[in-house]
Design a protein around this ligand. Structure first.
Ligand code: MN
Ligand code: MN
Length: 301
């Protein structure tokens, strides 16, 4: 043993302090996993309240407080093969980060696994969607994110749904919770090519009707992106660009529950922990459990 033994002890002790924190239920290796979580701490195109680069860490921290057993679905999450790869090391160029996300998600998809991406700002979603060209893009968002470019950058987080439309084509993108739109976006020729369902429409016709409409598109597979500002600020205050009159947390949960069997890619973006009281990160952590739980659970809730 001698000195080497001591160093081994130190190494494990140091890992306690310094190792990348993982989502608590992510006990699987990448090789054995079915769900692959990774963070993208990038927020360089954010226009108002920056800080979503801190969100992957905040979500993991709050996830620690969730029970590993979920009576709603009758499952124990550590029994499900979930891996957490940690965070992507990112620079400041949005296009580069989007390309890196595209590469990572391509690898995960090619291994038959389901990516769960923790943002970061919304721009990163474009990289993932490049790998889902045959899927339906379903996004929760207060904003239409339909600008051709913003501050001269087509990879700005205000352009995500526009980029998704270009990738997938008309009739393949559904945005739920819309309530903030510029005149230019609204008057663009392509506006009709995306189904924007306002938060007002959701509250009036009910989330059940929204889910049925999504399923009527018969996509077979969905990429599901949650911009947390789509949810009402009373449930999710810690976001970069808050907008009143949002969706209820339980409505988003219902969507996740009903659509999870055909969701093949999932992300949660735009949380700004410095403006959070903890509820937004906690809700994001719970959405991850609700996604995996309802997809895997034998029991109906
Ligand atoms: Mn967005
Ligand atoms: Mn938004």
């Amino acid at each position: 043993m001698g000195g080497n033994g001591r160093q081994e002890d130190h190494a494990s002790e140091l890992r306690e302090f310094l190792s990348l924190k993982k989502v608590a239920d992510a006990t699987s290796s990448y090789e054995d996993s079915k769900y692959v979580i990774f963070g993208v701490p990038f927020d360089c195109t954010s226009s108002f309240r920056r800080g979503s680069r801190k969100a992957p860490a905040a979500i993991r921290e709050h996830y620690d407080n969730l029970e590993s057993f979920d009576f709603n679905y009758g499952i124990n999450y550590p029994d499900i093969p979930i891996a957490d790869l940690g965070d992507l090391s990112v620079g400041e160029d949005a296009e580069e980060v989007v390309n890196e996300v595209e590469n990572i998600v391509r690898i995960i998809r090619s291994d038959g696994k389901i990516p769960i991406m923790l943002g970061g700002e919304h721009s990163i979603t474009v990289g993932a969607v490049r790998n889902f060209r045959d899927s339906l893009f379903v996004v929760i968002d207060a904003h239409s994110d339909f600008r051709l470019e913003y501050f001269g950058n087509p990879f700005n987080h205000a352009c995500v749904t526009r980029r998704a439309l270009e990738l997938l084509g008309p009739g393949r993108c559904i945005s739920v919770g819309t309530r903030s739109v510029s005149m230019e976006e609204f008057q663009s020729d392509q506006w009709k090519d995306v189904r924007f369902i306002s938060s007002r429409e959701v509250s009036q016709s009910g989330i059940g009707k929204v889910v049925r409409e999504i399923l009527d598109y018969s996509p077979g597979s969905i990429y599901f992106s949650i911009d947390m500002d789509g949810i009402d600020p009373s449930y999710a205050p810690g976001v970069g660009t808050p907008e009143p009159y949002g969706l209820r947390d339980s409505d988003v949960r219902y969507m996740i529950n009903e659509l999870s069997p055909i969701i093949e890619g999932f992300d949660i973006v735009e949380i700004t922990p410095v403006y959070d009281n903890g509820n937004t990160s906690m809700l994001a952590a719970k959405f991850i459990q609700d996604f995996i739980g309802s997809r895997e659970g034998k029991r109906k809730f």
